[in-house]
Design a protein around this ligand. Structure first.
Ligand SMILES: [Fe+2]
Length: 417
């Protein structure tokens, strides 16, 4: 899911019980090895979570932070790259000047107001059964994709450099081009102070049961399922383009090296913002937990098709222990997290100002991502919702929407024009 609450919307009605049972039976001869591997990864995760909590208590950063200027000047210390690989996440400071981000915040606000977004969404909700099932109340995530600030931010050369740096931490040879991006248009969060509707419990996106039963994912996680979780490299992209997610409104059709966003306003730990478990190996713990003997043969610790993959206190206490808030970020800072990183959104925005972001992750150029571009380009030209998202199409007649003339050469290339 692209981070704003689509997870709970529609569960794909797919029966995967037989496939789960078949997969577990295939693993049965390795039962002892998988038991040992789980004990080992559990120990690793517990120790790492303890360290994270100690560091937090001592006021030290646990999410790696770097400065955009160091990316620009090619002066990022080697250790930072390693720490991003270990934690699966990063805060990149000052990608955009704070004043520019603040202007964008104001401009998005005007765009929504001039075009009566809230009324329009209200009408849509009462007409549409699907949306009436969602929580009422003022929207906090806005289904707009093509405001000028969104398009400007996505195509900005500074963000392109930032993502190239992060994508180069992957083993990408022959899989994707880290120096070129494909646009993945997503929405905007403008969370009001006091809001209690937007919280999301800890989860991972990009597939649930697929991570066990899809042959593509089985290749990605081959070492883990062989009992050698330390031989698994989360940053090896070799088999990542071959995964097949069960179609549903909860999955992203593109391959994203990282999910991410750009902050338009200041937001800190109390402002109902992002929380993460900065342990890249956490996925191995989740995968191995579900294939232990005490889990029903047809169950994967509650994983269900068409939803986000929940990480729960019941099944994953050792991992949940490492859940921390991102540090305070300022307008123009960005946050990125690896596609297998567990994340959550704080239940309550207890601050006094809007907490606003534009969702922009990293979808590097590769055959899989290129196939998404033509339909997204059409959506852009017509002002419709991006292809992966519910077809609310609010912006078709919105004034001030970005047009082809707003695209730079880089923006055109990223959109596949
Ligand atoms: Fe998410």
């Amino acid at each position: 899911m692209a981070f704003g609450g689509r997870a709970a919307a529609v569960g794909a009605e797919v029966d995967v019980r037989d496939q789960i049972v078949a997969f577990k039976r295939k693993l049965a001869p390795r039962r002892e090895a998988l038991k040992r591997a789980y004990a080992d990864v559990r120990d690793h995760v517990s120790r790492t979570a303890d360290i994270i909590l100690r560091e937090v208590a001592a006021g030290r950063a646990v999410v790696p932070e770097l400065d955009y200027r160091d990316i620009r000047n090619n002066t990022v210390p080697e250790a930072i790259g390693q720490s991003i690989r270990n934690t699966g996440c990063a805060v990149v400071r000052g990608v955009f000047p704070a004043d520019l981000a603040r202007e964008w915040f104001a401009e998005v606000g005007e765009y929504l107001e001039t075009n009566h977004y809230e009324e329009r969404e209200g009408e849509k909700r009462s007409l549409d059964k699907y949306f009436s099932a969602l929580k009422a109340g003022k929207p906090q995530v806005f289904n707009v994709y093509w405001s000028r600030p969104q398009v400007m931010a996505r195509q900005d050369a500074r963000l392109a450099e930032t993502r190239a740096f992060l994508d180069r931490l992957w083993k990408y040879e022959g899989v994707f081009n880290p120096d070129r991006q494909c646009t993945y248009a997503d929405r905007v969060r403008r969370r009001q102070p006091g809001d209690k509707t937007l919280g999301l419990s800890p989860h991972m996106d990009a597939g649930t049961v697929e991570r066990w039963i899809d042959p593509g994912y089985q290749k990605v996680y081959e070492n883990i399922f062989a009992g050698d979780w330390r031989g698994y490299d989360p940053f090896d992209a070799t088999h990542r383009l071959k995964t097949h997610e069960i179609p549903s409104p909860a999955v992203c059709s593109m391959f994203r090296t990282y999910q991410g966003w750009t902050a338009l306003t200041r937001q800190g730990p109390k402002d109902g913002t992002l929380r993460l478990i900065p342990i890249a190996g956490g996925i191995a713990y989740v995968l191995l937990r579900a294939v232990q003997d005490d889990v029903d043969e047809a169950d994967l610790c509650g994983a269900a098709p068409g939803r986000a993959l929940g990480v729960s206190p019941e099944w994953h206490p050792d991992l949940i222990a490492g859940l921390v808030s991102i540090p305070e970020v300022m307008p123009g800072d960005t946050v990125f997290w690896h596609t297998d990183i567990c994340h959550a959104v704080g239940d309550e925005h207890a601050g006094s100002e809007y907490a606003s972001v534009i969702y922009i992750g990293s979808a590097p150029d590769c055959p899989k991502n290129r196939t998404y571009l033509p339909k997204q380009r059409q959506a852009f030209l017509q002002g419709r919702s991006a292809p992966d998202f519910a077809a609310m199409d609010f912006e078709v007649d919105f004034k001030g929407r970005a047009t082809e003339e707003d695209l730079t050469d880089l923006g055109r290339a990223q959109m596949g024009f």
